[in-house]
Ligand binder design. Structure first.
Ligand code: SF4
Length: 476
């Protein structure tokens, strides 16, 4: 598999062209759409958020984008100072005066707004107000392109897109090249995000946050992020595995309130966890998440956050995961053994409880189940580990290591299919048989969705992608 240059590719050039018209400057306020994207993706120095009247703000969940009338985000969970976390809506406006000017004060749909997010410091409205200007995690100019392209819009449901016809004219090699160039952009995007976090909290912490987020899957990213942000306090001090599992489960709010008094394995484990957690609970009380922040409905048992936290505590207890990943990066590894070798690096020992139970309440399984499966290893590789290693090598100016990580990224075997990939395959490639035989090609398809489909609609209004592909074909 060829290595695609990560800086000057055709796809990267197209993307820069798109960004040119909307380049952002520090002196001028950004468009409101960008502020919403900043809030949605929490591209903020999240440990430094303070309302205009001086209350510290802890964002436990930024809420879900609301595409209907009413506030911009529904169902956020926010803690002000040392108060109990509150659930409610978030409205994003450029200015505090927008609250009255847009009639929110008279509109009952805005009754549950618990936080008004604005751009710059100014006089607050009657409710808690947070200005973003001085707490972005990167300069506006740097954030602009990423956020413009990543701002998620719900996926349209339709058949073939307008790009399907020009894409069908490409040879298999041309389509592969295009997807891999888009994948290069995706790798750099994820790397830049990890680098931005590392600037504020260090490389190891950026890695932990990336891993926890990836273990949260799409519905539980924010509670996992919150736990990762506080793991400096609860996860790094020397502690045995059971103590760390007790802390993680206690802090998550997912520990059942009362273990029953039976003597089966589940209750015995639960009692040991409770005994440990009760001794430390007061020390960590300010970090405990409300159970309601988790989305558990419809989850497969193997993806339950209790189980994912158990896995993360094994890594924390070992205490050397970042160093192990660096060693894996330095080892010479053949393409066909890449996934297996990373799987071995991330593997954890059999857990006396979690190897035999899906969740804290599930009965004993008839066969042992590993805490980490192959599909999850692939997701962690392309979304977190390779971007983290790449951005470290890039920042250190180590072109050899960077090239080796790129080789691994483009050679990685494909991940599990998902609904976004399936729909993209149908819309862009007309469902035709096309060998998506690497994870990078899947990542490239996802990047095109983020860059183009998410900024158009079900009938591809104003999408520039078909025209760009046609022009590329014409030039040969
Ligand atoms: S929105 Fe653009 S990239 Fe997406 S399917 Fe339509 S034409 Fe293709």
């Amino acid at each position: 598999m060829p290595v695609f240059p990560l800086v000057e590719s055709l796809y990267a050039h197209w993307r820069r062209q798109l960004a040119g018209a909307s380049a952002l400057h520090e002196e001028t306020p950004p468009p409101e759409r960008l502020l919403q994207a900043v809030w949605q993706h929490q591209r903020l120095r999240r440990d430094q958020l303070v309302t205009l009247d001086g209350q510290p703000v802890r964002v436990l969940h930024p809420g879900f984008v609301n595409r209907e009338g009413g506030p911009d985000f529904r169902g956020a969970v926010i803690q002000f100072g040392s108060g109990t976390p509150r659930a409610g809506d978030v409205e994003v406006d450029l200015r505090a005066s927008g609250w009255h000017a847009h009639g929110h004060d008279r509109n009952p749909s805005f009754r549950d707004v618990i936080l008004h997010v604005i751009w710059d410091q100014e006089k607050a409205t009657t409710r808690p107000t947070l200005a973003l200007h001085s707490v972005l995690d990167a300069p506006l100019s740097e954030l602009g392109l990423w956020l413009e392209r990543e701002a998620a819009i719900s996926f349209p449901e339709d058949l073939c897109g307008k790009c399907c016809a020009p894409l069908s004219q490409l040879t298999e090699t041309q389509t592969t090249t295009l997807l891999c160039e888009a994948a290069s952009v995706r790798l750099q995007t994820k790397a830049a995000q990890l680098q931005a976090r590392a600037r504020h909290s260090g490389w190891d912490q950026a890695l932990w946050e990336g891993l926890f987020r990836a273990l949260g899957y799409k519905h539980n990213v924010w509670p996992m992020q919150s736990l990762a942000e506080s793991c400096n306090r609860w996860g790094r001090r020397p502690a045995d595995l059971l103590t760390l599992q007790a802390r993680a489960l206690g802090l998550s709010g997912l520990l059942p309130t009362e273990p029953s008094r039976t003597k089966n394995a589940t209750d015995l484990y639960l009692r040991r966890v409770w005994d440990s957690w009760w001794r430390e609970r007061d020390e960590f009380a300010d970090l405990i998440l409300p159970r309601s922040i988790w989305r558990l409905h419809g989850l497969r048992p193997a993806n339950h956050p209790q189980r994912r936290l158990a896995l993360a505590t094994h890594w924390l207890a070992a205490g050397n995961l970042p160093a192990r990943l660096q060693r894996w990066c330095a080892d010479a590894i053949a393409e066909r053994t890449l996934a297996a070798s990373l799987g071995k690096t991330l593997a954890v020992e059999r857990d006396e409880f979690w190897t035999w139970h899906w969740t804290l309440r599930s009965p004993k399984l008839s066969k042992p189940q590993a805490l980490l499966g192959e599909a999850r290893v692939a997701d962690l590789a392309v979304n977190v580990i390779l971007p983290w290693l790449w951005t470290r090598a890039n920042e250190g100016g180590n072109a050899t290591v960077r090239g080796e990580i790129e080789r691994r990224y483009f050679a990685w075997p494909p991940s599990e299919d998902n609904s976004i990939l399936r729909l993209a395959h149908q819309r862009l490639l007309g469902g035709r048989r096309f060998p998506m035989n690497t994870a990078a090609m899947q990542q490239g398809l996802l990047q095109i969705v983020r860059d183009f489909c998410d900024h158009s609609n079900a009938i591809c209004d104003d999408c520039r992608f078909p025209g760009l592909v046609t022009e590329w074909m014409r030039k040969g």
